[in-house]
Ligand binder design. Structure first.
Ligand SMILES: NC(=O)CCC(=O)C(=O)O
Length: 279
């Protein structure tokens, strides 16, 4: 499977509208890839808390006749034109009852919104995202069908701060995920954590990790960049620098099963142990 990660620069000089148009054209340029991945909250910026409410968008539902917001519309058209599966990163979703979520969108090569994932672990402790948004409650996997180039696979979805919670990734692995996709807006000052955790999640789950971050500086927070693709053995297949960049990588999907068979660490788990006296 050919995957392209688009590490998008989010800077205050560019309006949300023009970034949306620019990113749509970058996605259109990825024809030939099977899967394209964008970062977390790239339209508005993951740390632009003051703009969350203003830039919040509806997530539509064709079956119920509910219109899509502008990012979903633009990404749907771009996925269709490029004929790629598109993990369009995340947007600020506003629900009909006015709540906000950090919601990832997965679109098919026909431009159909097939799944959404609402970020489960909100970042900010008692500030920012953690106070402005509601938390998702559901683990999400997305089956991708085989292509003329190779077999199908199952994506497991997580977003940025989720990377610090191994139990979420183990849940995705138990649900069949083989390729863990992590859009992020990760600050440069914690870049060492980002790289370490992306490799850790790949090694412990014997899965590919596609971790796609933003570049640039917004709301005074310099972004890490360093999007990275890690294989199930923990090898870094490709890593971006700090600027806007496209990483294109060929994934040998059979390596997931081979690694799990040859080094069956997942089979050796001891579940249900408790400390003496624990209730
Ligand atoms: N947008 C985020 O979730 C940021 C996470 C982060 O900065 C960290 O975990 O460190």
């Amino acid at each position: 499977m050919r995957a392209s990660l688009l590490q998008i620069a989010v800077d205050p000089e560019e309006s949300v509208d023009s970034r949306r148009r620019r990113v749509a054209s970058l996605v259109r340029g990825q024809r030939g890839a099977d899967l394209v991945v964008l970062p977390e909250l790239w339209p508005v910026g993951a740390f632009s808390f003051d703009s969350f409410a203003e830039e919040a968008e509806a997530v539509g539902d064709d079956a119920r006749g509910l219109a899509h917001g502008p990012t979903c519309e633009a990404m749907s058209a771009a996925a269709r034109d490029a004929r790629v599966w598109l993990h369009a990163g995340s947007i600020v979703e506003r629900t009909a009852d006015g709540r906000l979520f950090n919601t990832s969108l997965v679109l098919s090569p026909a431009g159909e919104l097939v799944r959404t994932y609402r970020k489960i672990h909100r970042f900010g402790f008692d500030k920012g995202e953690a106070t402005l948004m509601d938390a998702g409650e559901e683990l999400v996997t997305v089956p991708l069908p085989p292509t003329p180039r190779g077999p199908g696979t199952t994506l497991g979805l997580a977003t940025c701060y989720d990377l610090r919670f191994p139990e979420l990734f183990r849940g995705l692995t138990d649900a069949g995920a083989e390729v863990l996709v992590v859009p992020a807006g990760w600050p440069a000052r914690r870049r060492a954590h980002w790289s370490l955790l992306a490799r850790a999640r790949a090694v412990e789950n014997q899965s590919y990790v596609l971790a796609c971050a933003t570049a640039g500086t917004h709301a005074g927070v310099e972004q890490s960049g360093h999007s990275v693709v890690v294989d199930p053995w923990g090898e870094v297949l490709a890593e971006a620098g700090t600027g806007e960049e496209v990483l294109t990588v060929e994934l040998d999907l059979a390596l997931v099963a081979r690694t799990r068979e040859q080094f069956p660490v997942l089979r050796d788990r001891r579940l249900g142990l408790t400390a003496p006296g624990a209730r």
